[in-house]
Design a protein around this ligand. Structure first.
Ligand SMILES: NC(=O)c1ccc[n+]([C@@H]2O[C@H](COP(=O)([O-])OP(=O)(O)OC[C@H]3O[C@@H](n4cnc5c(N)ncnc54)[C@H](OP(=O)(O)O)[C@@H]3O)[C@@H](O)[C@H]2O)c1
Length: 265
């Protein structure tokens, strides 16, 4: 039996999608025939991203909203449902908290990271679930986290701590919403070639007195597949979890890391 995503015509919201992982996911979902709303907090960047995606073909809308603001989350959901006529798939990608060691983080850094990685995904998931349940067709949610929730990465202290909440959210929602026809999964990317990775490599290089290129090759030496992930490779996993190809997968936290994680379980 040939594999078919069944995503054609599906109504999808991808957050934090003006570039990087979110943009790559939106592009791949559009290519599968999904109808897509992309979001980010910067109107210029989002307009450029939406124009690029439109050139691929298919239906795409942009909604500017800051994922840290409750009123913006409400408006994002309402606007998505208005544009698409409902919601079948939520792909939650977040912006990145400020990198830094634990001892460098101020109260405000923890507050901002917790908003982005704990409170907002939970709140948006509830709003999305309400919409999916009202539609009566079930749904899928995919949350982007990081391998850092299994093995903390130096220099991104707030992310190491706050992103663990995504694992709790995925498992909680999978149990509560599975009986109602909504599947919920998470992805744990290793290192993906985006601006965020460049930012982390530059920060590490500055601290160690090296260069970002040196830090990248040190990193790649530790990855069994010998290289970082492309946004396209990660996007294929988003498509899988958003689609009928993963019809019996729920509550999973799937590493996409080239074999980087050492821990079992
Ligand atoms: N790249 C990696 O290796 C890697 C690995 C594991 C996890 N992650 C995580 O995956 C997520 C995406 O990473 P990435 O590499 O794609 O980063 P990126 O290239 O820097 O893109 C981040 C995206 O988030 C958007 N954004 C930032 N703040 C936002 C806010 N408050 N509200 C709405 N959108 C916002 C940005 O758009 P605007 O600036 O237009 O708002 C941009 O589209 C991050 O949370 C990152 O920490 C990344």
């Amino acid at each position: 039996m040939p594999l078919a995503s069944g995503l054609s015509g599906s109504r999808v919201l991808v957050t934090a999608a003006s570039q990087g992982i979110g943009f790559g996911a939106a592009r791949a979902l559009l290519a599968e025939g999904a109808r897509v709303v992309v979001n980010s907090s910067n109107s210029d960047r989002l307009r450029r991203a939406t124009q690029t995606l439109e050139a691929i073909g298919g239906e795409v809308h942009g909604v500017v909203a800051d994922l840290r603001e409750r009123a913006d989350l409400d408006r994002l959901l309402e606007e998505t449902v208005r544009q698409l006529g409902g919601l079948d798939v939520l792909v939650y990608v977040a912006g990145s908290p400020r990198p830094g060691l634990f001892m460098e983080q101020a109260f405000e850094d923890w507050d901002a990271a917790a908003r982005l990685l704990v409170v907002s995904p939970a709140y948006l998931a509830r709003r999305a679930a309400q919409s999916m349940l009202a539609g009566g067709r079930g749904g899928r949610m995919v949350f982007l986290a990081s391998v850092a929730i299994r093995e903390p990465i130096p220099n991104i202290a707030t992310s190491n701590v706050c992103r663990i909440a995504i694992a709790g959210l995925v498992r909680t929602l999978a149990r509560e919403l599975g009986p109602k026809g909504i599947r919920v999964n998470g992805i744990l990317p290793g290192y993906v070639l985006t601006d965020r990775l460049g930012e982390v490599l530059s920060d590490t290089a500055r601290r160690r007195g090296t260069t970002p290129e040196t830090e990248r090759s040190l990193l790649e030496r530790d990855i069994p597949l010998g290289r970082v992930c492309t946004p396209e490779e990660l996007a294929r996993v988003v498509v899988f979890l958003s689609s009928e190809m993963s019809s019996y997968v729920s509550g999973a936290l799937l590493p996409v890391d080239g074999g980087l994680l050492r821990s079992v379980g």
